[in-house]
Design a protein around this ligand. Structure first.
Ligand SMILES: Cc1cc2nc3c(=O)[nH]c(=O)nc-3n(C[C@H](O)[C@H](O)[C@H](O)COP(=O)(O)OP(=O)(O)OC[C@H]3O[C@@H](n4cnc5c(N)ncnc54)[C@H](O)[C@@H]3O)c2cc1C
Length: 394
């Protein structure tokens, strides 16, 4: 069931390959080979047992991709198209690993890059690029998910420190992360600000969330902040209002649109292979018109998603991407990839529900992609506000 390069190229129906630079092809092939060789053979077991594959962290570090588009500070400074290819290939291998990486490299490192001072970037980014220090990113709270702008975690300045109090929910990597970006409301001016809490800070504790139906091989946790003291040097210099939080969310949202493609490609490839091999009524099911129709529909959706992703990456590179553009991509791709995974699962009949046939894992993972970094509905409301000029959700 492991997709080889030939099959992967089979999903490049409109030859996007031709638009890539040599560097972009190289990083894609590097991550693809890593996913095929190191991830796919071992990940089902981790997913089944809801264990995180710590053994893969040094191997991800060796790939030299953490920090993605960030220039300097030991980061690869790759193009946005290359970053897109990394997300697609990693999610094609496994969505949980991609989520781990997205939280660390996109959200946590991205926040320091976008909101940190020069000194803060120098202090943290090189170690994070080498994955010697792992990042987490805490915005969501139990009472504030879609309306995270109303978050209640508080920050109070006391001399050379800030004192943080509150709770966060669903925070990826939080149980073992070394550097946790926490968004909290400053009691002095009521603004949402960003702080980096370091592992071992007294008053910081976590509780693993168990029983998930998707992305089972990556861990999220509740975070409890009980009078956690953070030195003023750990207050992110440029994180001074929710607008700054939104800058990070907008910058990383495309990554969720990209990962959706990886899930869809993996499911489609598995369904195509299966349809050619599975014989019913004396013929491979791939010879039946309805199965071919399903495969064609899946490939059409994948192709449309790829084109959206490529163009979005180019717009982001040129500084022309708006928040609603990123929302439209996340909304469309998560929706479509979820459908593709469901169709692929159906093409595989009963075997489609078994982990060893991989599509069930991608389908379940897509439920998470559909919801996190802003639900499908909330993304549509952001686009709706943009096209009508009327905010329907605030
Ligand atoms: C596996 C996983 C990993 C995550 N990782 C992180 C992380 O690392 N860091 C982090 O900070 N957060 C993380 N999250 C949180 C995630 O971003 C939120 O779950 C998401 O934004 C939705 O918030 P909620 O779960 O509170 O749902 P709610 O906001 O309660 O939404 C429930 C339903 O109501 C709908 N809804 C809400 N408002 C409106 C409205 N105005 N109009 C119409 N419908 C509406 C939603 O679309 C949804 O269907 C993660 C979540 C999951 C599940």
């Amino acid at each position: 069931m492991i997709a080889d390069v030939t099959r992967s190229l089979g999903t490049d129906y409109y030859l996007l390959e031709e638009l890539l630079t040599d560097e972009e092809r190289e990083v894609r092939d590097r991550v693809r080979a890593f996913a095929d060789r190191e991830v796919i053979p071992i990940i089902n077991d981790y997913w089944d047992k809801a264990q995180f594959p710590f053994e893969l962290i040094p191997k991800v570090a060796e790939l030299g991709i953490a920090g993605s588009t960030i220039q300097g500070y030991g980061c690869p400074g790759m193009s946005y198209v290359a970053a897109m290819l990394v997300a697609i290939e990693m999610a094609r291998g496994d969505g949980s690993l991609n989520t781990f990486f997205g939280v660390h490299s996109g959200l946590a490192m991205g926040t320091i890059d976008i909101c940190g001072s020069e000194e803060q970037k120098e202090r943290w980014l090189p170690q994070m690029a080498r994955l010697e220090k792992i990042g987490a990113w805490g915005l969501t709270e139990a009472k504030h998910g879609s309306d995270s702008v109303m978050l209640e975690t508080s920050a109070r300045r006391e001399g050379d420190e800030y004192v943080l109090n509150g709770e966060k929910r669903w925070i990826g990597n939080a149980t073992f992360a070394d550097l946790i970006s926490i968004w909290a409301r400053d009691e002095a001016d009521g603004q949402v600000k960003g702080f980096v809490v370091e592992k071992g800070a007294p008053g910081y504790s976590t509780e693993l969330i168990t029983g998930k139906m998707g992305k089972r091989a990556v861990w999220q946790a509740n975070i409890y902040l009980d009078n956690v003291r953070v030195p003023v040097e750990n207050k992110l210099e440029g994180a001074n209002s929710f607008k700054d939080t939104n800058k990070v969310l907008t910058a990383t949202r495309g990554g969720v649109a990209w990962e959706a493609v990886g899930h869809a490609v993996a499911a489609y490839e598995a369904a195509l292979t299966y349809a050619k091999e599975r014989v019913q009524f004396g013929k491979p099911i791939a010879s039946f018109q309805i199965i071919q129709n399903k495969l064609a529909n899946m490939l059409a959706e994948i192709t449309a998603m790829q084109l959206i992703c490529y163009r979005l990456a180019k717009l982001q590179e040129q500084g022309k991407m708006t928040g609603p553009m990123a929302s439209l991509a996340k909304m469309n791709n998560a929706r479509k990839a979820r459908q593709v995974c469901a169709e692929a699962r159906d093409c595989m009949g009963g075997n489609g529900v078994l982990l060893e046939y991989i599509v069930a894992r991608h389908l379940s993972d897509m439920e998470i992609v559909y919801t996190y970094e802003g639900t499908d509905t909330v993304q549509s409301l952001i686009v709706g506000r943009d096209v009508t000029g009327i905010g329907a959700f605030v």
